[in-house]
Design a protein around this ligand. Sequence first.
Ligand SMILES: Cc1cc2nc3c(=O)[nH]c(=O)nc-3n(C[C@H](O)[C@H](O)[C@H](O)COP(=O)(O)OP(=O)(O)OC[C@H]3O[C@@H](n4cnc5c(N)ncnc54)[C@H](O)[C@@H]3O)c2cc1C
Length: 486
Amino acid sequence: MMSKMWFCVFVCLFGCASAAKVIIIGAGASGIATASRLLEQNITDFIILEAENRIGGRIHSFYLSDGFVDLGAQFVHGERGNIAYTLAKDYVVHNPEMNEVAVYFEGTKKTGENLQSIGKQLYYEVSEHAPYENLSIGDVYLSRYNTTVLTKYKDDPEMTSYANFLLKNLEAAVLALEGAFDWFKVSAQSSFHEADGDQTLSWNGLGYKTILDILLKNFPNQTGYNINDKIFLGKSVNKIALKETSVEVTCKDGSVYTSDHVVFTPSLGVLKNRHKDIFQPELSPEKVNAIENLGFDGIMKIILEFPQAWWKKERNFLFVWNDKDIEDLKRDIPFGPKTDDDHWLSWFGYFGIAPNNPHVMIGWYSGPFVEEVEKLSEDQIGKAVFYTLQKHLGRDYNVTKPRTVIHSKWRTNPNFRGTYSYETVQLRMKNITSAHEKLSEPVEGGDGKQRILFAGEATHPSRFSTVDGAIGSGFREGDRLVNMLK
Ligand SMILES: Cc1cc2nc3c(=O)[nH]c(=O)nc-3n(C[C@H](O)[C@H](O)[C@H](O)COP(=O)(O)OP(=O)(O)OC[C@H]3O[C@@H](n4cnc5c(N)ncnc54)[C@H](O)[C@@H]3O)c2cc1C
């Protein structure tokens, strides 16, 4: 028979409530930023419950070859007015070569007028000066491409044909920037504010994870806060129940925690998927409206390590596929999603060398097939990528097989359900204003106190989708707690 002591341990493991003044759900950038604000004010009565077996969330740096590479966030986007830049300016570097892209079409390097950079310029024009009421970025981009590029080459059938094929790469680039599956879903008008300065500052082999150490004052020296005993990994929160003067949090493993305040930081993807199950009582109609009408799809990153660098001075490659290539793909790469006139691999166009990591390349994959493609094996992805590199670069380079192939699975991972949020046309058409602010509004308890708080990139009104937006939202909720607790 179970002894009395063992019975107590058993009950506590599977049901007894532990208590903390504050429970932070999620150890991504926003959760760690909230914790850092509390620690700065000597508030230590908090814990962090994290579903994954690591911290960082959509920041996921791992060591490969000669440095850290990032499966998630990689660049600091802009300098002035960017919290991530303020924290990291001594450690991030410029990558001027990011703008030099070698474009390959029909097995040869494209020379002459660089349509790819015209296409990129168009994106910035469209997204910066967008008085386009209720239009999608796809609508506006297409009409601008028509008037600027296709009209210009209307008497040159060869250039027109190339420009038409290149359009898919431009669409893929827009989708990678927005994190969307379909550019007709993304609003051309946006409340996102570009931070001035370099948009592609990189960590140069340190990995974006360094920002978590900076937040906890453990970089460059390990002399800051030690919060190891406050972070509980593998704790997937299933239920957040608002009580009269407290909040009860239940995890998938049956453990129960009570607290005065909860800060909820999981992604908009998690909210879309699970808000009805998690929150008791259900969230307000305004919040649900924001959750349902903001966008959250995904992109995929592919990391390749080669035994030797076979490339020369070119650092970034763009591959343009024509109709014949797509027919060949259907025969040569029989696995993965396809339609009558499309094949998943033809959305794969962009590769760059990892900064300060001479044997590693990083590819960006976006578009309508991301979710299905994430489910392919590393072996299949490796085969497809090697085929792509040989097909487009085989004449100029002695391409070798990659030694390591790793692809991200953000969309299919239930703890993320995608990559970063965007504003949809639907949001504009339904006239839903201040969706990010609605998402960030705290839920009050019966006593009128703010009990469930919301942080995370999608709750930031002007820097959603970025790490600095996530950190800003974490600081905001940390400060809110400090005001309530001090
Ligand atoms: C591929 C990719 C590339 C990107 N590139 C850039 C870039 O170059 N620059 C940039 O600024 N930003 C980039 N981003 C966006 C940036 O990574 C995010 O905006 C930011 O990291 C989000 O932080 P967060 O704290 O809001 O959310 P998250 O990092 O998602 O943190 C939330 C945490 O909650 C946990 N969680 C989820 N559900 C539960 C649950 N039920 N119970 C307990 N815990 C749970 C998750 O595991 C996660 O750790 C990129 C993102 C991706 C995926």
